[in-house]
Design a protein around this ligand. Structure first.
Ligand code: HEM
Length: 384
């Protein structure tokens, strides 16, 4: 039996660089310091993405992307397909958790200044992954073809029209016509199940490859500690801890999906009067609320609404440029601007929901991260 395994190994070795990969994994280490816990958040985001791919493929087997059949096919999944309700619920919960963890991962790599040289491309690919994740959310929201999603998509795509010069074109490109219709649904489906997954998979591969090539960065505040401590072996020590987190996340997902199944609502009716309580997904709420504050009107042919849209566009661009604005990692302006941006986003979200819950969630996440950092701040002797 051993002989068989060794034969296969040597057969592969002479065709693929298996031994170099094994050597790489054997020598790979993760720095040990008081903030090592942040190294798990990227992997957690990856876990939710994998859940999305798996459950998404299962949903595709029954989902039908047309205005006549979409809602009914989701209803069928929830009532008739064995465990269909669970798969749909896990897909929806995991989507939200993925967005949550992308933001958390972004915030931690930002505050630990992991974007510094030579990780500029890792950071930029990460920003693109954030935009892709949001695009997944936006396109997926419409697919069940229910009232809330229909009207939210109408408002969401209307926003694009306010962009000067290219706005009208962008709106029609998104909708596949002048109105949100069955055509928009097929278009969103194409983005959601083919274009976005293909680009995202390639970008994640690049992102993770860069992390492998460059190794994990050490936050400036932890350099001295990381030099004194023996690093953690990636394989198997760090990987097992990562997997432990994934098992916990799977438990959380399954419980949330089983205890709070995702609602379907009523079928979209394009001719019904606009839905009273139109609201986007929580991660678009801060932009939605900002736009609601802007009065109607225009100046020099540009709608007032265009200004906050351009402001958010500029914010996204600035975020991508962070590694170049803080080349040395000691720019005193960068972190306070990040704090102000977070306060604004969380504040506007709380305002949008007229609730303190978003603030409490962010505070609880910060506290939990601090508790985890405290609990794992000492690595046992021997680095295991
Ligand atoms: C689909 C979304 C994403 C996935 C699956 C992902 C995955 C990962 C993984 C597995 C790691 C290594 C472990 C870790 O440091 O946490 C990592 C590191 C990193 N990610 Fe992401 N990431 C995503 C989005 C982002 C975003 C939005 C940013 C920031 C704009 C970002 C920036 C970085 C940086 C700079 C590192 C290196 C960290 C270091 O060296 O300490 N990533 N990512």
């Amino acid at each position: 039996m051993r002989g068989g395994a060794a034969d296969i190994r040597s057969w592969l070795d002479s065709r693929l660089p298996v031994q170099s990969v094994v050597d790489f994994a054997r020598h790979k280490t993760v720095p040990a310091h008081r903030l090592s816990v942040v190294y798990y958040f990227g992997g957690m985001t990856l876990f939710f993405f994998l859940v999305q791919v798996l459950t998404g493929i299962l949903l595709m087997l029954y989902y039908r992307p047309s205005a006549d059949a979409a809602f009914e096919s989701v209803e069928f999944i929830m009532t008739t397909v064995p465990f269909g309700w669970l798969i749909r619920s896990i897909h929806s919960w995991s989507a939200n958790l993925m967005v949550f963890f992308v933001f958390l991962h972004l915030a931690t790599v930002f505050f630990t200044r992991a974007y510094r040289k030579p990780r500029e491309i890792t950071w930029i690919s990460g920003c693109l992954l954030l935009f892709l994740t949001l695009a997944f959310g936006f396109s997926g929201y419409l697919l069940p073809w229910n009232q809330l999603a229909f009207f939210a998509t109408r408002v969401g795509t209307d926003v694009a029209a306010a962009v000067p010069v290219v706005g009208e074109w962008m709106m029609r490109f998104l909708r596949g016509g002048d109105h949100v219709s069955g055509g928009t649904l097929s278009r969103f489906y194409g983005w959601h199940v083919a274009i976005l997954p293909a680009i995202t998979t390639l970008l994640i591969a690049l992102h993770v490859l860069l992390v492998q090539i460059q190794g994990m960065s050490v936050p400036p505040s932890e350099t001295a500690i990381a030099q004194r401590r023996r690093p953690l072996k990636f394989f198997p020590n760090f990987m097992l801890r990562d997997l432990f987190g994934w098992v916990l996340a799977l438990g959380l997902l399954a419980s949330a999906a089983a205890l709070f199944p995702w609602e379907l609502g009523e079928k979209a009716d394009p001719f019904a009067p606009a839905y009273a309580d139109i609201r986007p997904e929580w991660y678009f709420m801060f932009m939605f609320e900002t736009l609601k504050l802007v009065p109607g009107g225009e100046v020099a042919g540009v709608e007032y609404e265009a200004f906050p849209i351009l402001f958010f566009g500029l914010g996204a661009l600035l975020m991508m440029l962070v590694p170049f604005l803080d080349r040395t990692g000691n720019n005193r302006m960068v972190l306070p601007i990040g704090v102000v941006a977070i306060i604004y986003m969380v504040g506007m979200t709380a305002w949008g929901y007229r609730s303190w819950v978003p603030v409490l969630i962010v505070l609880a996440t910060g506290m939990l991260t601090a508790v985890l950092a405290l609990a794992t701040r000492r690595v046992p002797r021997g680095g295991s």
